[in-house]
Design a protein around this ligand. Structure first.
Ligand code: CMC
Length: 393
């Protein structure tokens, strides 16, 4: 019989070669194409990071202008897609809508689904990055019963998204530049993270030759889970459940109790056994946003600040190297900005789209690419004869 390496959870299996993102979990280091995430978050902006991830180098001014022009040209979604939204119940989770609508893009944009054509691949890439904020904002507007807000191409990527989410026809909406910068940072810090579960899902789905829209829909589905992108929503729900600062010790005790399945959401990471470098930047951003908007009247945010402090002082968490992760702080920022928790994971999905599509592009362009086909260690019955129904039991 064949002998296979058994590695449940893929803790020690490399599934591909990749030149996009480097993580050293012990050192708390994250590099995109060699550039540290801290430098990018401070000096760059989301669309520039998109260019870097996709094409491997920081763009020149002319390349940046051209790329931004191509993205803004594609921010609208096909008008007929709006009808697709209205097929969902109003109380649908926006992630459910996104899985459906993004998958359906293959039916609306089938002139960019032939993956053997480099031009079509490029158009699909631009379409996905350009339309994802519009789709996420529409999913939100639909679930709250407000009219869709069309994109405005004179605004930057983050401001445009905030406006599509928060503007209503009856009132003027001014995007606060501090909030736009914080939004842009959330996009940048979630842009790529090498072979995590959703990225591996996108790679596996595309290894069969499926079209990019279907593959990104698969990535969105995987991201939804609470151990992955769904952690930001789960974290805020946990903070609300804790409810007041005096109940924090009770929840910390539960997280430490091995007989209780409860975990502190937004804490811990498979790869980072040191502070997540994205969390360091996100924490600064959270502090800025909270200072701007104030937390005095928001008990959830007060609980978040105090929980962070108490967990970081507790030996259980420090010894197991469980630090707040990126989802802990992004949830706090999004809550302060006024997003409902159900929008947290869609925002992660729209940010991660560029990572998924960069990894997809790298894989498709690799001549060594073959279909992903893991094997198993079989533990079932050995061969046995079929038993007629009257002779069973
Ligand atoms: N609260 C309490 N204990 C924890 C936590 C936590 N959040 N995370 C891990 N532990 C403990 C766990 O019980 C285990 O203890 P022991 O060794 O005594 O059995 C030890 O730490 C190692 O945990 P693990 O489950 O073996 O580690 P993993 O690498 O399989 O899991 C994780 C990583 C992120 C799934 C996990 O830390 C977790 O469930 N965290 C909460 C969910 C979360 O915030 N996820 C977002 C991850 S970052 C962004 C993303 O991927 O989308």
């Amino acid at each position: 019989a064949d002998v296979f390496t058994y590695d449940p959870g893929f803790t020690s299996t490399a599934s591909c070669d990749s030149a996009i993102t480097y993580i050293d979990g012990e050192a708390g280091l994250l590099l995109h194409r060699g550039y540290p995430i801290g430098d990018l978050a401070e000096k760059s902006h989301f669309l520039e990071v998109c260019y870097l991830l996709l094409y491997g180098e920081l763009p020149t001014a002319a390349q940046m202008e051209d790329f931004e022009g191509r993205i803004t040209k594609h921010t609208m979604v096909h008008e007929q897609m709006l009808k697709f939204f209205s097929g969902f119940r109003r109380d649908a989770h926006p992630m459910a809508i996104m899985v459906g609508v993004v998958g359906a893009m293959s039916a609306f944009y089938h002139d960019s689904t032939d993956i053997s054509d480099p031009w079509q691949r490029e158009v699909a890439t631009i379409r996905l990055i350009a339309k994802m904020p519009t789709i996420a904002a529409m999913a939100y507007k639909y679930t709250i019963g407000q009219p869709f807000v069309y994109p405005r191409n004179d605004l930057d990527y983050a401001s445009n998204f905030l406006r599509m989410c928060f503007s209503v026809p009856a009132e003027e909406y001014e995007v606060n530049p501090i909030l736009a910068r914080a939004m842009d940072r959330i996009f940048m810090l979630h842009a790529d993270h090498e072979q995590n579960a959703s990225t591996s899902t996108v790679r596996l789905a595309s290894s069969s030759g499926a079209n990019p829209f279907a593959c990104i829909a698969a990535g969105i589905a995987c991201l939804w889970g609470p151990a992955h992108g769904g952690a930001n929503q789960a974290c805020l729900e946990m903070l609300r459940e804790i409810g007041s600062v005096d109940r924090i010790p009770e929840f910390i005790a539960r997280a430490k109790d091995k007989n209780d399945p409860f975990r502190l959401m937004g804490f811990g990471h498979r790869v980072y056994k040191n502070f997540d470098p994205r969390a360091t930047v996100m924490k600064q951003s959270a502090d800025e946003v909270l200072e701007l908007l104030g937390i005095e009247n928001n008990p959830t945010l007060q609980v978040a600040k105090e929980l962070e402090k108490q967990a970081l002082e507790d030996p259980y968490f420090t010894e197991k190297k469980l630090f707040p992760n990126v989802d802990f702080y992004s949830g706090i920022i999004l809550e302060a900005m006024g997003f409902p928790t159900s929008m947290f994971t869609p925002i992660f999905a729209l940010s991660r789209t560029v990572g998924w599509i960069s990894q997809w592009k790298e894989m498709i362009e690799d001549p060594a690419m073959k279909i992903g086909r893991p094997r198993q260690l079989y533990t079932g019955a050995t061969e046995r004869p079929y038993v007629d129904i009257e002779n069973r039991g």
